[in-house]
Design a protein around this ligand. Sequence first.
Ligand SMILES: [Fe+2]
Length: 292
Amino acid sequence: MDYKSLSQEQIQHFLDYGFIHLEGCFDPEFAKKSTSAAFDRLGYREDDPATWEQPIVHMPADSYVDVKEFAPKAYDAICDLLGGEDRVKTPVRWGDGYIINFKLGADRDWMAPSPEAGGWHKDGDFFWHFLDSPEQGLLVIVVWRDIAPKGGGTFLACDSVKPIAEYLNENRQGLHPFEGGFGNFITECTDFREVTAKVGDVIVMHPYTLHASSQNHSGKARFITNPPVALKEPMNFNRDDPADYSPVELAVLNALGVDRLDYQLEGERRRFDAKAYREARAREAKARESTT
Ligand SMILES: [Fe+2]
């Protein structure tokens, strides 16, 4: 496969570790303005951590940028990893629905990335998961402010693609986004990393990568977004010409130890209403509280 922007070394890094860290992908001034506005939207004062009421906030998006224009280096890398722009559901857009880790776990001792740190999951709460799911072709971390060590940078398990690929291949009926049990496979992983980054960096990861929120001991608010990139068609593990496999598909085939795979769905591909699911669980928890 010919790549538009990524070097062979970068592709190999993605195949070996499931991610690529791209530096300086967009204008830091834009990020500064937009993240400062987020404090106003929340009614928090940027210069006064005492006003940061919640430890972590998931904001709704108010406005969007077109990634092809806004961050062409990241856009080209995304296209390369998914097998070319033709296979990507466009436009690829990033919103300002920031995930702001103000001080998560700041009151507890620091835990390094490990199975014990907890919270490990596979992204994609809006669809049933199959080996070839097109809804989330890549997992992306867009870094809107610098992330220092112990500053809330996402924890990654860089050897999680293999156990997740095997699990999805064995469960062709499809897996529930919340109850699929993906996070349990963290005990099979040993290569743990903590993301540290500069504003404007973008980390592009294999969609099977297990990851977790981390504590923020830095005293600085950590701003990221996690926009999924969708494929037009499901992944294909049985292409006529092996040169046509995308790096994301190749990583799956490598993980399964095969050159090709005749993957047939044994369940129905469908969307999942994560909001309704979360609300139902919250109601159940409340009901349990009131009966005890
Ligand atoms: Fe996540």
